[in-house]
Design a binder for this molecule. Structure first.
Ligand code: ZN
Length: 225
């Protein structure tokens, strides 16, 4: 730590934290999705004139955005995503419950209309350590999803592959949130991030008319002075 240059106005590029997960062959994915495959199809060291990679994956693997169209036919798709939804202040809320995000914990946080909320659960520490799919990840409970839809937050981020539970009830949680116009940022890793206020920049791929898209997401702490 240095106390020099207190008056410096130079922007510190290094304080951005990458909360997206690396895409690589063999990484974890939703059980009935295809595996991620990234292969080098041309290599200079094999005599080709360039290095060239090819990838195949489902667009809901790794860090990605769910558009309302994912669970609601004829609703908004990725082409209708506003930059205002994915760029701006965001609050990281830490959840300690070992099963799901419940009202008992959530109501202490005074969630307000229009907020971008990123949930840090134990998923961040636990689930990304393995390429084997974790079925008992922490999800948003029915009552909490209902509340978030009512409040009308702008964006919800969750630190594993789905906002809903694995199996029964998953689609209902998605529909409840997406119907309220909330876009979902799934598959983030908040293990190196503390609860607090941040600015978020998330830029999903411009997949025309798609119901979702892989995304890069970075956040930077906003110091309250
Ligand atoms: Zn998704």
């Amino acid at each position: 730590m240095t106390s020099m240059n207190n008056n410096s106005t130079s922007s510190k590029v290094s304080d951005w934290i990458d909360i997206s997960v690396p895409l690589k062959s063999g990484m974890v994915h939703w059980p009935d999705h295809i595996p991620v495959q990234i292969e080098q199809v041309r290599a200079i060291k094999r005599g080709d004139n360039a290095n060239l990679s090819r990838m195949s994956m489902e667009v809901h693997t790794g860090t990605h955005i769910d558009a309302p169209l994912h669970f609601l036919d004829c609703s908004a798709n990725m082409s209708q995503l506003s930059f205002d939804t994915i760029i701006g202040p965001a609050r990281v809320i830490e959840i300690h419950d070992k099963e799901s995000i419940k009202m008992a914990e959530l109501r202490q946080h005074n969630v307000r209309n229009g907020e971008r909320i990123l949930f840090k659960t134990q998923n961040s520490q636990r689930c990304w350590k393995t390429d084997i799919f974790t079925e008992d990840y922490i999800f948003i409970s029915n009552e909490a999803a209902h509340f978030l839809a009512d409040v009308g937050v702008k964006l919800i981020g969750i630190d594993y592959l789905s906002v809903g539970p694995f199996g029964t009830g998953n689609a209902e949680i998605h529909r409840m949130l997406l119907r309220a116009g909330i876009w979902l940022l799934e598959g983030i890793n908040l293990s190196s991030v503390n609860q607090g206020n941040y600015e978020l920049i998330c830029l999903p791929l411009k997949l025309d008319q798609s119901e979702g898209a892989p995304a890069r997401a970075i956040i930077r702490h906003i110091s309250q002075k």
